[in-house]
Design a protein around this ligand. Structure first.
Ligand SMILES: [Zn+2]
Ligand SMILES: [Zn+2]
Length: 265
């Protein structure tokens, strides 16, 4: 049984003290692949660190893109820097996380929208799938993606840490997106997330930790890490009424297909 943590931040400073142990723990539990998503300001060095980590581990892949929090720092220089990183390593398999976060609004809304559109176009030019972050901005996110991602040859993407409505999930799946659930789908009060999960068929589903944030039950409140994606998998297998192996294998297949990754035997 093979699990994939389709969205984590294991390159982040929270793992500096014990990163190798964290990665080994996950692998030993069957989490055979991870996608680590660089975030932060372009000059922070975080993106270079994420790609270096992916270069070091055969089973870690990386994504680069400017988070909506940092949209105000995105400029031509940042664009070139991230494009060069993509060209520097075959392990960079996606552009992201990009999108809109109107909950924190660390960057002005109009800047977030403008930078979101710009980065979608960059990803399309590089023929990369995109990883979308959306918080309290469902209508705007779906609107922009519908406008920007309707071409037949669009590589698709993933709506990560899904927090929207069933209706939004439907629309996104129709234009080529997978829906990824994080540990918060296991939270007692998250009925709204489970309402959305109900409309997502297994072949459109991904699972993730978004660690170090959002540890699933029964580890809620602790530092999250990739091994805990197995808890979200168990929860969702029960929720959908399928064997854990079926859910693990299907979400792994979905991951490999979207990011065009060949599994090593
Ligand atoms: Zn995010
Ligand atoms: Zn994230």
């Amino acid at each position: 049984m093979i699990f994939v943590d389709s969205h984590c931040h294991v390159d982040g400073a929270e793992f500096d003290a014990d990163r190798d142990e964290v990665i080994a723990r996950a692998e030993n539990a069957g989490v055979k692949m991870m996608l680590t998503v660089g975030t932060g300001e372009p000059q922070s060095g975080n993106f270079e660190r994420a790609v270096a980590l992916a270069e070091k581990h055969a089973n870690i892949f990386a994504a680069v893109g400017v988070h909506p929090h940092d949209a105000k720092t995105f400029d031509a220089e940042a664009e070139n820097q991230l494009k060069n990183l993509v060209k520097s390593s075959k392990k960079v398999v996606a552009w992201g996380e990009i999108g809109l976060d109107f909950y924190y609004e660390h960057s002005p809304k109009n800047v977030q929208e403008d930078v979101f559109r710009k980065q979608i176009r960059i990803a399309k030019n590089l023929d990369l799938p995109i990883i979308i972050h959306s918080r309290e901005a469902d209508a705007e996110t779906v609107g922009i993606l519908t406008e920007e991602c309707s071409e037949k040859d669009f590589r698709g993407g993933v709506m990560h840490c899904f927090g929207g409505t069933a209706e939004a999930a439907q629309t996104l799946m129709e234009i080529g997106f997978l829906i990824s659930f994080a540990g918060n789908v296991t939270f007692k009060k998250a009925e709204n997330l489970r309402d959305a999960a109900r409309v997502v068929p297994l072949d459109k589903l991904l699972i993730e930790t978004d660690c170090p944030y959002l540890a699933p039950v029964p580890f809620r409140g602790k530092r999250n890490e990739p091994i805990f994606v197995t808890e979200t998998a168990k929860f969702l297998a029960e929720f959908y009424g399928v064997e854990l192996g079926e859910l693990a294998n299907q979400t792994t297949r979905n991951f490999l297909t979207l990011f065009k990754i060949q599994m090593e035997h």
